[in-house]
Design a binder for this molecule. Sequence first.
Ligand SMILES: N[C@@H](CCC(=O)N[C@@H](CS)C(=O)NCC(=O)O)C(=O)O
Length: 204
Amino acid sequence: MITLHDYWRSSASYRVRIALNLAGLDYKSLPVDLTKGEQTSPEHRALNPQGLVPVLEIGRQKLTQSLAIIEYLEEVHGVGLLPDSAIERAHVRALAYAVAMEIHPVCNLRVAKFVTQETGGKISMEHWMQSFIAPGLAALEQMVGDGNYCHEDRVSLADICLVPQLYNARRWNVDLAAMPKLLRIGAHLETLPAFKLAHPDRFQ
Ligand SMILES: N[C@@H](CCC(=O)N[C@@H](CS)C(=O)NCC(=O)O)C(=O)O
């Protein structure tokens, strides 16, 4: 039995949903409502002391941190999300980290809320999000390949990070017009069943 504690709009949860689908694993989604602060409840902190989603329960194991979870799935189920050569793996990880370790943490709910509250609303949530997502994705635009995937011709860890970040960018009305490569890759990935099945609209 595999259980994913997630939230429909959470990018990190969305990544893990895609990876579970790519691995062909059945799982049950247990929603943690971030808008109600359920991630800080004692029950959730018992699963993840960081008070974050996602948490993946596999039997008695509790896994946290989306990229660690995805690499676990990769190692155990051989999904093929990382290229064979060390240099290419480093590149794919760099693309993934550009999203997951640069853009995403600054735009986390608790960070954005703190800024809005501490500035008495002078910095709006949307302005904050746009200020970090737009330049972060503009940099990524220069790092990805010219095809239908972030790297070469197959789904990688980088694609799993890109699609949720594009979804999030649209949510905050980020202007993506100057990022044709990311838009093309995103449009292609969204046609793939593993990505479609993981879409937030299906978990709302
Ligand atoms: N680095 C973590 C980030 C997890 C994370 O930031 N989750 C967000 C949702 S995308 C969350 O639970 N936020 C709750 C909050 O900020 O209070 C991962 O990749 O799993």
